[in-house]
Design a protein around this ligand. Structure first.
Ligand code: IPM
Ligand code: MG
Length: 366
């Protein structure tokens, strides 16, 4: 019986609530498919700070190192906001985790089912068939990690902060390979987003993309777009994109825009894939919902578990090679949310039926 060995890092606020439901769905799938679940839970984020004095405790890192994938919830919230910025859960847990495992490829599907188009802030006549695009974001480079990164008081008493944006050609090529594979599996359209009219890193990015695609993927339809225009085009006509690929910070911003036009933060999953392979020879990855910890609705049993369930499906696809099972889970989520649950509630990440009942509906559809 195939064994799925993964780490469960539920995190804070709604993290554990939606994680519990995703694990229940996974247990159901495992019974149906004759799979063995072998997961270990560990503290991360605020839970790490409270229980171990560190957002990413060493013991948690060990659990992750022994696993084939990480199923992640979400971290951070008001309880830890007064800590120095460098110690806050987001910066002290998520970013080091990405760096430690070289999780350079962040795949964020932007999906809005046709049945739920009125949950989008876009006019429904612009998206008659819903939205179906993918953001591929570089995740371990750029201004997030570039050195120097400092704040200093200058001789004249003024204070100066520096962040550094750095990219190497090899970093651009490796994220591009993921984007090319993704576009090949879809409509074959790839848009590279940069700011090549201003930034050196973007000039290198655009040159690298142009040359690499011409040589290795000439069958794709490649376009380039400045990031400010891309932000506008996403709001105007999102389905003009199929797959877009971009650097770390641009991807952070555009993927939030993508989330909102897709109607609900509670529906969006993501996969962060590493350079390294797991014990199955497949990409090691971290799988997390895009919505955050939602402290305002935590503890009420109303958070939408779908993004966590869909993230678990991505884990099965990429880190365990179970594409068929992942598709079945995705179809079950679609059936559950388009089958009578009020879209207005979904739009705010709160299924009208509650967290547990939403997961029950997914299980019933499996
Ligand atoms: C994301 C988040 C993170 C990021 C934060 C929490 C550090 O916004 O995954 O998009 O900026 O990458
Ligand atoms: Mg973000």
């Amino acid at each position: 019986m195939p064994t799925l060995k993964f780490a469960v890092l539920a995190g804070d606020y709604i993290g554990p609530e939606v994680m519990q439901e995703a694990l229940r769905v996974l247990a159901h799938v495992a019974r149906q498919e004759n799979l063995q679940l072998d997961y270990q839970s560990a503290d991360v984020g605020g839970a790490g700070i409270d229980n171990h004095g560190k957002a990413l405790p060493d013991s948690t890192l060990r659990v992750c190192e022994q696993a084939d994938a990480i199923l992640f919830g979400s971290v951070g919230g008001p309880k830890w906001e007064k800590l120095p910025p460098k110690e806050q859960p987001e910066r002290a847990a998520l970013l080091p985790l990405r760096k430690h495992f070289t999780l350079f490829a962040n795949i964020r599907p932007g999906l809005l089912y046709r049945e739920l188009t009125d949950a989008s802030p876009l006019k429904t006549d612009r998206i008659p068939d819903g939205i179906d695009i993918v953001c591929i974001r570089e995740l371990t480079g750029g201004v997030y990690f570039g050195q120097p990164k400092t704040t200093t008081t200058l001789p004249d008493g003024d204070v100066q902060a520096i962040d550094t944006m750095v990219y190497r050609r090899s970093e651009v090529e490796r994220i591009l390979k993921v984007a090319i594979e993704t576009a090949r599996g879809r409509k074959g359209k790839l848009c590279s987003v940069d700011k090549a009219n201003v930034l050196e890193t973007s000039v290198l990015w655009r040159k690298t993309v142009t040359e690499y695609v011409a040589r290795h993927a000439p069958e794709l339809t490649l376009s380039h777009m400045y990031v400010d225009n891309a932000a506008m085009q996403l709001a105007r006509d999102p389905n003009q994109f199929d797959v877009f690929v971009t650097e770390n910070m641009f991807g952070d911003i555009l993927s939030d825009e993508m989330a909102v036009i897709c109607g609900s933060l509670g529906m969006l999953s993501s996969a962060s894939l590493g350079a390294g392979k797991n014990s199955l020879g497949l990409p090691f990855g971290l799988y997390e919902p895009a919505g955050g910890t939602a402290p305002d609705i935590a503890g009420k049993g109303i958070a939408n578990p779908c993004a966590q369930i869909l993230s678990a499906a991505l884990m099965l696809r990429f880190s365990f090679g179970l594409d068929g099972v992942a598709k079945r889970m995705e179809a079950a989520v679609k059936k559950a949310v388009t089958g009578g649950i009020r879209t207005g509630d979904i739009a705010f990440g709160r299924p009208s039926v509650g967290t547990k009942a939403m997961a029950d509906a997914v299980i019933a559809a499996l």
